[in-house]
Ligand binder design. Structure first.
Ligand code: IPE
Ligand code: IPE
Ligand code: MG
Length: 246
């Protein structure tokens, strides 16, 4: 029996974000090079995207490449960028068939030209799809995003487009890369690490955190169901008392 039947469709997280970690260790365990782990990681991406769409999750955000990941060996960065281009090309049909819109967050201009172009093509082609929004965090760092937000708002203040006393949370939200996305409800990290690694610091303020030892290439539909079931068992109090909620 699948765990799917234990999921309450009325209490689905509106926004799931995933730190897809453990590709390197997965490959190492198999005596293979890290690239092999990344290749197999893309299969887990496809499974996860399809599963979220099937369940009716409206927003899925995947951490694919961080600003810090630029510090990896040049060859690994190149491999990841190539993989990104081939995956985008390959998955366009799946996205269209499943009515999924692709978006991206991060310092996208720092991506190699080819990646940037392919990404923009897929974003344009899928922009009217509305079953689910899939957001890729690429060359993404939360501090960089917040810094960028502060700069943009400052320029607007300087040009009298915003007055300082009117700056509120919604203005900050509008200037983050994630502008149209709701706050994260469920944050999943694979591979056993229990840290945030500069991902969506503002947006996860009240997210439920879920850590699993499963390495990303091994992450299956059932693992995702498990995470959602665990999420649904938790009481999200947002500062209130349990009695206030019932
Ligand atoms: C996640 O797997 C993929 C990226 C960060 C691009 P890792 O490559 O970090 O795998 P580990 O953590 O070394 O096992
Ligand atoms: C976080 O994983 C970034 C992505 C999953 C893209 P890392 O493997 O880079 O994070 P650290 O270095 O373990 O914190
Ligand atoms: Mg890692």
């Amino acid at each position: 029996m699948s765990l799917k039947e234990d999921i309450n469709n009325k209490k689905l997280p509106k926004h799931i974000a995933i730190i897809m970690d453990g590709n390197g260790r997965w490959a190492k365990q198999k005596g293979m090079i890290r690239a092999f782990g990344h290749e197999n990681g893309t299969k887990a991406v496809r499974r996860t995207v399809e599963t979220c769409a099937e369940l009716g999750v409206k927003n899925l955000t995947l951490y694919a490449f961080s600003t810090e990941n630029w510090n990896r060996p040049k060859l690994e960065v190149q491999t990841l960028m190539k993989l990104l281009i081939s995956s985008l090309k390959k998955e366009i049909k799946t996205l269209q068939d499943n009515n999924i819109k692709l978006t991206a967050i991060g310092s996208l201009k720092t991506l190699p030209e080819k990646v940037y172009k392919e990404l923009q093509d897929v974003i344009n082609l899928t922009k009217d799809n509305e079953r689910m929004t899939l957001t890729l965090a690429l060359s993404y760092g939360s501090r960089e995003e917040i810094l960028n937000t502060v700069k943009e708002i400052s320029f607007k203040v300087k040009n009298n487009l915003i007055s300082p006393e009117n700056i509120d949370e919604s203005i900050i939200n509008e200037h983050l890369y994630t502008q149209n996305l709701p706050d994260v409800d469920l944050l999943i990290r694979t591979s056993g690490e229990q840290r945030i690694s500069n991902f969506l610091l503002w947006q996860i303020a009240y997210a439920e955190l879920y850590f699993t030892n499963v390495l990303w290439p091994d992450f299956t539909k059932e693992h995702l169901y498990e995470a959602i079931i665990e999420y649904q068992k938790r009481e999200r109090r947002f500062g209130k008392t349990s009695e206030q909620l019932s």
